[in-house]
Design a protein around this ligand. Structure first.
Ligand code: BTN
Length: 253
């Protein structure tokens, strides 16, 4: 289905929720494909690797539910590219991707994406439905103190960086339209854009997996969005699931 107008999406807003991803998960059967749930304030937001995600009224907290998407494994890449392109093209913000899906402005993190997936089989086991909940947390209008008092030294918002307030709703609408557009494109084109926007490749990086560090040169991104790396042990591929990426001196970007 072509989704070019706002009425093609089902958008549900709450003044406050624990987590938009959790809400979608709890109501997954009654929500239709491409429902977008937003919360003005999120009180128990969840991040990658089991981290908390702090989001007050200044943050854009949104989750997009996709049912039976053609290639659900591509949604993480698609959503990161969508956020970057929207910020660059429509809001004049110079945004890039730190592999896999942190959105970076001026060397700090302004957005995190948590994609959660599940498959439900019918009771006779003959059919299955796939679900992706794509949760996007974009720091829009918080001031610097929000990040300092939250113990988030790598975090920033558009406001704290550029000194101007942005319309969260306009950004949310632009993002869902862009995700829908990119889902229709050939994935190789989206991957090409991802590689252009990704600031992790071409650098020496450290991976931290369960406290253990591995240093390697990040060479490229493969067709699945995994990072192709090289070090004295040879070439290997890193999947996003359980690693943190840092610079050689432990720096965030
Ligand atoms: C990360 O750790 O970088 C991912 C953060 C994802 C946060 C968003 S905010 C909207 C949605 N609801 C959640 O509880 N988490 C995601």
């Amino acid at each position: 289905m072509d989704r070019n107008n706002l009425q093609d999406f089902s958008i549900i807003n709450f003044p406050s929720l624990l987590s938009t991803n959790t809400y979608v998960k709890q109501h997954i059967d009654e929500l239709q494909d491409f429902t977008v749930v937003t919360a003005d304030v999120q009180t128990g937001g969840r991040g990658r690797l089991g981290n908390k995600w702090i989001a007050d009224i200044g943050a854009l907290s949104m989750s997009v539910l996709l049912k039976n998407a053609d290639n659900p494994q591509n949604i993480t890449i698609i959503s990161a590219v969508a956020v970057c392109l929207v910020l660059q093209e429509q809001f004049g913000v110079s945004a890039f991707i730190k592999w896999t899906n942190d959105i970076i402005c001026e060397k700090s993190k302004i957005c995190g994406i948590l994609c959660e997936s599940s498959i439900k089989c019918s009771s006779d086991g003959k059919t299955a439905q796939s679900y992706i909940i794509c949760g996007i947390g974009l720091n829009v209008n918080q001031n610097k103190d929000f990040f300092v008092s939250g113990g988030l030294p790598n975090g920033s918002s558009l406001y704290s960086l550029y000194g101007k307030k942005y319309d969260k709703n306009a950004i949310m609408v632009a993002i869902i339209k862009k995700i829908s557009e990119l889902m229709k494109d050939d994935f190789s084109e989206v991957l090409f854009l991802y590689k252009k926007l990704c600031i992790t490749t071409g650098k020496w990086v450290k991976f931290i997996r369960n406290g253990e560090e591995i240093t390697a040169f990040a060479k490229d991104i493969d067709e699945n969005g995994c990072l192709i790396c090289q070090n004295d042990d040879g070439e290997f591929v890193v999947n996003s699931g359980v690693v943190r990426v840092r610079g050689l001196n432990g720096e965030y970007v």
